[in-house]
Design a protein around this ligand. Structure first.
Ligand SMILES: [Zn+2]
Length: 319
């Protein structure tokens, strides 16, 4: 069997073709093309699938599409996605549109959920029974493996840890989703920027303040570089990141009695600086047992989303 994973992002689309032994046979990457509208975009995805059908004639092919945003996984519909700049994509029936053009009905799943499956198969080799994977990037996504199966919830939205409230929703910081007090508003890229600018303003002589550009061209990498040089203000930003992440992860562990939590995504590269504070939050919990046994790991594989999509396509179709 051949698994095709298509990871749709706001800027890039990544294609992964794997065989059922988990070997990557082929990858492609293209910029998300807004020129020809949503229909033209579907044509591009269909072209890829049809090319792979010809290349792998005679073999069964399973396809899974990962999309950021709210996915109706039962019907293969992308309900809503703020990061895709097509004007006409509310309730977008991706599965049906691709089926009409390729004859293969793909699964459509939230991208962070598929990243969780990718981590479960490639990093954990299916070790662990109840696993949360947190994707730390521009946004904060989450995916769950419960009882060794991908758990998508009642509506396909399970694992949205980024929008868990860790502060007062009346007065907490504003999140990209429009609400206040979400975990993402603290540790997503917008939250990190807000706290870094605040730290620089409070410590105008710090290296962090010197490295931050005068224009709005903030990059998380700057806070990372300042921390590497030992800048206390930057180190504090990462320490607070670990503290807030720890609150969110502790809430998830208390709810689900997880045995493994894996952090992935760009920001997890700064783990050296935020892990000690995160671990302190977990250690301070009064319900000791689930936290004593919890495995906390970092995945540095940048392709878990697309690889997870291809692997999940094959796993789900073999059930
Ligand atoms: Zn939110």
């Amino acid at each position: 069997m051949i698994g095709i994973g298509i990871d749709i992002g706001g800027t890039f689309v990544k294609f992964f073709v794997l065989n059922d032994r988990g070997n990557i046979l082929h990858t492609e990457k293209m910029e998300t093309d807004y020129q020809k509208g949503a229909d033209g975009f579907i044509e591009q995805l269909s072209d890829f699938i049809n090319r792979m059908k010809i290349q792998h004639t005679g073999q069964p092919i399973a396809v899974c599409v990962g999309a950021p945003g709210a996915v109706d996984n039962q019907n293969g519909v992308l309900r809503y996605n703020p990061n895709l700049k097509f004007t006409d994509v509310t309730n977008w029936p991706i599965a049906q549109l691709l089926y009409d053009r390729t004859g293969i009905l793909p699964r459509v799943v939230n991208d962070a959920t598929l990243a969780a499956w990718g981590v479960y198969e490639t990093d954990l080799h299916r070790q662990g029974t109840n696993v949360l994977v947190v994707t730390l990037g521009t946004g904060v996504g989450g995916g769950l493996i419960l009882q060794r199966e991908l758990y998508q919830g009642s509506n396909g939205t399970a694992g949205e840890i980024g929008h868990m409230k860790i502060a007062d929703p009346q007065t907490g910081p504003l999140c990209g989703c429009g609400a206040r007090g979400c975990l993402e508003a603290f540790v997503g890229s917008i939250g990190l920027k807000r706290r870094a600018l605040q730290a620089a303003a409070e410590n105008p002589d710090s290296l962090l303040a010197q490295l931050l550009p005068a224009d709005d061209n903030f990059k998380i990498e700057i806070v990372f570089r300042a921390a590497e040089q030992g800048c206390p203000a930057a180190l504090r930003v990462w320490e607070d990141t670990g503290y807030y992440l720890g609150i969110g992860i502790a809430n998830a562990v208390l709810t689900l009695d997880l045995d493994t939590v894996v952090l992935t995504g760009g920001v997890s590269g700064a783990a050296t600086y935020f892990m000690p504070a995160l671990e302190r939050v977990l250690k301070a919990q009064t319900f000791k047992v689930p936290f004593e046994r919890l495995k906390l790991l970092i995945s540095k594989n940048p392709d878990v989303g697309g690889v997870g999509a291809a692997l999940y396509a094959m796993h789900a179709s073999s059930k």
